[in-house]
Design a protein around this ligand. Structure first.
Ligand SMILES: Cc1ncc(COP(=O)(O)O)c(C=O)c1O
Length: 372
């Protein structure tokens, strides 16, 4: 069968299941879908700060020119990593090209054959994909269910790695981090915490949930991403100096790829500097979350979340697509999340709140939601 015909056959099957995806732009709609929780991605001040800092330190190179182990390393990158280690209150930090790559790096290289990865069933695809690249056993446990996790920890022979997120990307709810870390400690399990949706949004200088709760010492491996609330791109792994040395030596998603551009490294440093001077953005976001939650609290089909990610369940792909398109026609950029990304019956509108959404926009959106 010619290749295009084979593509078409598979795409047709997707279309019949109502699962066909296509890239879209959303100019002109009010943003209730991006991960730009604090508005840093659209901040002109941050844009200018990055540009002026690139000029000030005489960044004249467009690309990194190679992987970190070859020509792609620089004093600039190492200095920014020192700053990140200090922001996230860890011994060391290592920058990777994205959160996806960072999870592949961690899970593909650290858990070994005969060891076990236990991941929350709602963990991000990058955690699951990383675990698939590992030779370790891997099992999911029920979402945020410490009894289920404990029953699985009891059965593990050898080292166990517990993979959780501080704020879950689909439901917006938090991991019970204090209880989870003490459970893991009782079984000598290693905790790997993905802070993608709490970086920037929580903690001093956007340092995430673990530091906000004073739990950073109880977590062996932490991952922060910069493409969401930090408004730029990239990620870092934080932990001991030995962890960083290990990833540099053994993690193929770190070793075999071109390093981030100097401009991107300057952007990481600038975004944290900008946030430090604008911490009120966290408060404005919190005010907006509270306004939204208050207004939809009687809706039966909403899930419980105190974060910037809010979801309203509309079972069935057809149903949720229709709800999203009604909101889009009313001027709101709200996207549907379809099965199998979420389990069938749990299809939902995923609403992301931002510091730059006005109370009026939120009130208009919630009125539309109530009409659906
Ligand atoms: C929990 C979680 N981890 C990792 C990632 C991947 O991060 P990045 O977009 O930087 O690749 C995401 C992105 O959606 C995420 O939600």
């Amino acid at each position: 069968m010619p290749l295009d015909q084979w593509f078409e056959k598979n795409l047709q099957i997707r279309k019949e299941k109502n699962l066909f995806r296509a890239l879209k732009t959303s100019a002109g709609l009010i943003d209730f879908c991006s991960n730009d929780y604090l508005g840093l991605a659209r901040s002109e001040i941050l844009f200018n700060l990055i540009e002026s800092r690139c000029r000030a330190i005489n960044v004249k190179q467009n690309g990194a020119t190679g992987s970190r182990l070859l020509s792609g390393n620089s004093i600039l990158t190492e200095e920014v990593e020192h700053k990140l280690a200090s922001i996230f209150k860890g011994q060391s930090a290592l920058i990777l090209n994205s959160g996806y790559t960072a999870n592949l790096a961690i899970f593909s290289s650290i858990p070994q054959k005969h060891e076990t990865i236990l991941f929350d069933e709602l963990a991000h695809a990058s955690i699951k994909d990383g675990a698939r690249l590992s030779l370790a056993h891997r099992y999911s446990f029920k979402h945020n269910d410490l009894n289920d996790l404990e029953s699985k920890l009891k059965r593990v022979k050898g080292k166990a790695f517990v993979a959780v997120e501080s704020v879950y990307s689909m439901d917006g709810d938090e991991c019970p981090l204090r209880e989870l870390t003490s459970l893991a400690a009782r079984y000598s399990a290693i905790v790997i915490l993905d802070e993608a949706h709490s970086t920037g949004v929580k903690g001093d200088n956007g340092s995430g949930l673990a530091t906000a709760m004073g739990l950073e010492r109880n977590i062996d491996i932490r991952l922060y991403t910069f493409g969401k609330a930090m408004g730029i791109h990239g990620a870092c792994v934080v932990g001991s100096e030995k962890l960083v040395q290990y990833i540099i030596n053994f993690a193929r998603p770190f070793i075999y790829t071109t390093a981030m551009t100097p401009h991107s490294i300057v952007a990481i440093e600038s975004a944290f500097d900008y946030l430090r001077e604008n911490m009120n953005l966290q408060d404005i976001l919190q005010r907006n979350i509270e306004a939204f939650v208050k207004s939809v609290k009687h809706l039966q089909n909403r899930t419980l979340s105190d974060s910037a990610i809010q979801t309203i369940i509309f079972p069935g792909n057809e149903n949720v697509k229709k709800a999203s398109s009604t909101l889009q026609q009313a001027g709101f950029d709200v996207r549907p999340v379809l099965s199998p990304t979420v389990p069938a019956g749990k299809e939902r509108l995923r609403i992301c709140l931002h510091a730059y959404n006005t109370l009026d926009e939120i009130s208009k959106l919630t009125s539309e939601l109530k009409k659906l």
